[in-house]
Design a protein around this ligand. Structure first.
Ligand SMILES: *Cc1c(COP(=O)(O)O)cnc(C)c1O
Length: 356
C-alpha cells in the first residue's frame, strides 16, 4: 500500500486565490485578493532592498526587531507576540497545537476558508455556524458548542462579507464560551476599521488566558508577497506557538520590511483615509445604478447581483475589460461578487463598466 495521508486531508478543497490574469492579455486591474492598490510604505521597500547583501545569513528566529516595532505601535508586550509566514501560518499552528482528531473547530458560515482547511489538516471536524444578515452571530456560535469544541475562529471584520461585530458582542461570546475553548479573533482588516464600537481584539486577549488575536501585513501594509503576520497571545499560548513554529519561520526581508511598514504610522493613516473614501464612493455609486451592497468596514465590498446569472454576467463584463474581481460561490454566495477597492480612478472604472 502506498503512503496514506490523514483521511481528513482528502476532504480539503484546495484554496483558490484570486486570478491575476485577464482574458486576451489585457492590462489587468486585480481587485480579487484584497491587496492594497497603493503598495507598501516606501520605507518598507527600502528596508527590503537593503537586505540583498546579507541573504546568506539565517534570519533572527525571534523576529525581535519586528515584535518590538509592533509592540511600540500598538502598545503591546512584544513577549506576547509571535510572528508567522502570513497569518495563515499562525492559524495553522493554532489548529496543530489546540485541535486533533475527534475535536470540533467552529467558524461562521461565510468565514475565511482557511479555518476549515487547517482544521481538516489536523483531523479535526470543522463546524460551520449560520450567520444572520451575513454577520457573525454570537448566539448561534454558543449554541453550536459541544464538549468536543476546541477552537472558535472569527474574522472581524469578516472576509468576504465586510461585516463586523462590536466589542460588547465579542465579550459576550468570550464569556459564553467554556474556559477550555480557544477563541481566535482574526483581525486581517482591523487597521481599516474606524467604528468606535469596534475592537481589534487585543483587549479581549488581555481579559484571560484563552483568546488570541491574529493580524497580517498582507492587507493594509501591502506586503502580501513577503508572507508575514503576527499573533498577540497570552504568555502560555505564545509559548506553545514558539514550540510548534519553525526556528526561522519568517525571513529577514519580511521582518525588516514589516518593521518599517508598521512604524510608518503616517502612511497607514493615509491608507485608512483613502479606504474610507473608497467605501463612501463605491456604496454611493453602486446604489445609484441599483446594485445591492452589504455594509463594509474593510478594503472590499460584497456586491449582490440578485441571481447567479447576473453575478456571472457582471463578472464576465468586468473580466472583458481586464478587471478581475472575486466570485464567492465557494463561500455559499453565488449571487454576489467581492470587489477589492482600487485607487479612485480604478474604482471609477469599475463603476463605469457595471453601469454600462
Ligand atoms: C487575507 C486574510 C488573511 C491573511 O492571510 P495572510 O496569510 O496573512 O496573507 C487572514 N484572514 C483573513 C480573514 C483574510 O482575509
Amino acid at each position: 500500500m502506498l503512503p496514506q495521508p490523514r483521511k481528513s486531508i482528502l476532504e480539503i478543497q484546495p484554496y483558490k486565490g484570486g486570478l491575476s490574469k485577464a482574458k486576451g492579455g489585457k492590462k489587468v486591474l486585480k481587485l480579487s485578493s484584497n491587496e492594497t492598490p497603493w503598495g507598501p510604505s516606501p520605507k518598507a521597500i527600502e528596508a527590503y532592498q537593503n537586505c540583498a547583501n546579507t541573504l546568506e545569513r539565517y534570519p533572527d528566529g525571534g523576529a525581535t526587531i519586528l515584535r518590538e516595532a509592533i509592540g511600540k505601535v500598538y502598545g503591546l508586550d512584544p513577549a506576547k507576540i509571535v510572528c508567522g509566514a502570513g497569518s495563515d501560518e499562525l492559524i495553522s499552528f493554532l489548529c496543530l497545537a489546540y485541535a486533533e482528531q475527534g475535536d470540533e473547530v467552529i467558524y461562521t458560515e461565510h468565514g475565511f476558508l482557511m479555518y476549515k482547511i487547517y482544521s481538516l489538516g489536523v483531523g479535526a471536524s470543522p463546524v460551520s455556524v449560520p450567520e444572520k444578515d451575513l454577520k457573525t452571530n454570537v448566539d448561534n456560535i454558543l449554541k453550536a458548542v459541544t464538549a468536543k469544541t476546541k477552537i472558535v475562529f472569527i474574522a472581524n471584520p469578516n472576509n468576504p462579507t465586510g461585516s463586523y461585530i462590536a466589542k460588547d458582542e465579542i465579550i459576550r461570546l468570550r464569556r459564553g464560551l467554556p474556559e477550555n475553548v480557544l477563541l481566535v479573533l482574526d483581525g486581517a482588516y482591523a487597521e481599516y476599521v474606524t467604528e468606535s464600537d469596534y475592537t481589534d481584539g487585543a483587549d479581549i486577549v488581555d481579559m484571560g488566558e484563552n483568546t488570541v488575536m491574529t493580524r497580517t501585513f498582507s492587507k493594509i501594509y501591502g506586503l502580501s508577497s513577503l508572507r508575514i503576520g503576527w499573533a498577540y497571545c497570552p504568555a502560555s499560548i505564545a509559548d506553545v506557538l514558539n514550540r510548534v513554529r519553525g526556528p526561522f519561520n519568517v525571513s529577514t526581508p519580511a521582518i525588516l520590511a514589516a518593521a518599517e511598514a508598521v512604524s510608518d504610522t503616517a502612511y497607514t493613516a493615509r491608507m485608512v483615509e483613502e479606504n474610507n473614501k473608497a467605501i463612501a464612493y463605491m456604496e454611493k455609486e453602486l446604489a445609484k445604478i441599483g446594485i445591492k451592497t452589504y455594509p463594509t468596514v474593510a478594503n472590499f465590498i460584497l456586491v449582490d447581483f440578485g441571481s447567479e446569472n447576473e453575478a456571472n454576467a457582471a463578472y464576465e463584463k468586468l473580466m472583458n475589460e481586464g478587471i478581475i474581481v472575486r466570485p464567492v460561490g465557494n463561500y455559499g454566495l453565488g449571487t454576489a461578487l467581492r470587489i477589492t477597492f482600487g485607487k479612485p480612478e480604478e474604482n471609477e472604472q469599475v463603476i463605469k463598466v457595471l453601469s454600462s
